[in-house]
Write a protein that binds this ligand. Structure first.
Ligand code: GLV
Ligand code: GLV
Length: 327
């Protein structure tokens, strides 16, 4: 009997097919939010699962999954998975670090420039039929050249974002729990500062840190009040890192000039106060959503499952395990 793999959503069938010689594969035909009891029922009897950010997996969901050896997450962030509970049960967890860095960094700049140049609001105005003549002083945005880019959370995505700043003529400061080694700082032209200084000096502040109990509301009313009223906030990390209600208030009162958000507290719901604002660019959690990258993410998940069961070039050494102590 081949071991069983469950894939919680349609992905790239050509990539998933690499599992088929070795596993009995079940792929959900439609993507949806499963209830916790549906998840538990689907995990039961599986040897491996490939899941995504909507699938919240903790001790209760693996209660009946006696054969489960690996949870492969389609995402670099893994706040949807209780890593301690998986480790306690001897279940490996993998993510899709690295393959999405460049796509996410590109998209961050799309958001940053979109906010600086008011692209979303201008397009809504055009689509609404308001464009009669081009006025010299209509839709004035702000240049980014010479402005300071601040990055909170300087992992591999943060560094990919920072590297692009050279082309836009922006100096980069960042804050991270652990400052980068000097060579890496030089590689992305970035200077470490404390969080207060980052908040005070950034003209564009990008959030690129994981959501943990320590980073929840890392940017709330207090932090927003320290930012320049001309500054813009860009969140490509996770909803919940920003207090969305406090952000909406700051934007409405023009204590902050603008924001661009790909992620939200309580997604797919978006705080109605944000929806009502014109000085914010919004998108539905798509920073890694290119065909190339979503296929590569699928491929990484498949590689980790194969390796876990002794197949493929990395047999026995799954490359993206977050809790290697279980191996
Ligand atoms: C489609 O099936 C793909 O693997 O890209
Ligand atoms: C997407 O949000 C990811 O964590 O990859």
């Amino acid at each position: 009997d081949k071991p069983r793999v469950w894939v919680s959503r349609p992905t790239f069938p050509g990539v998933i097919a690499r599992l088929e010689p070795h596993f009995q594969v079940t792929v959900e035909a439609e993507e949806r939010k499963f209830s916790q009891s549906e998840l538990a029922a689907r995990l039961a009897g599986q040897d491996a699962v490939i899941v995504g950010l909507k699938d919240r997996i903790g001790a209760a969901e693996i209660g009946a999954a006696e054969r489960l050896r690996i949870v492969a997450n389609l995402g670099v962030g893994y706040d949807n998975i209780d890593l301690d509970a998986m480790s306690a049960a001897g279940i490996a967890v993998s993510n899709t670090a690295d393959v999405l860095n460049e796509s996410v960094a590109d998209y961050t700049w799309a958001l940053l420039l979109g906010a600086a140049r008011r692209m979303s609001a201008a397009e809504r105005w055009l689509r609404a039929g308001h464009w009669q003549a081009t006025e010299f002083k209509a839709w004035l945005g702000t240049d980014v050249r010479g402005r300071t880019l601040g990055i909170l959370g300087m992992g591999r995505i943060g560094q990919a974002i920072a590297r692009r700043a050279l082309g836009f003529g922006m100096p980069v400061i960042y804050h991270n729990r652990t400052p980068l080694p000097e060579a890496d700082e030089r590689g992305c032209n970035a200077r470490h500062v404390d969080k207060q200084q980052l908040l005070r000096e950034s003209d564009f502040l990008v959030l690129a840190l994981p959501l943990t109990t320590q980073t929840r509301h890392a940017v709330g009313a207090v932090e927003l009040a320290q930012m320049k009223p001309t500054a813009m906030l860009i969140n490509i990390a996770r909803g919940g890192i920003v207090d969305d209600a406090a952000l909406a208030t700051a934007l409405r009162e023009r204590r902050l000039a603008g924001a661009a958000l790909d992620v939200f507290e309580g997604e797919p719901k978006v705080h109605p106060a944000l929806l009502a604002l014109d000085n914010v660019v919004l998108s539905p959690h798509i920073a890694s959503a290119t065909t190339e990258t979503r296929r590569a993410m699928t491929s990484v998940a498949v590689d980790n499952v194969l390796a876990m069961f002794g197949h493929g070039p990395q047999a026995g050494r799954p490359p993206n395990i977050l809790n290697p102590n279980v191996l």
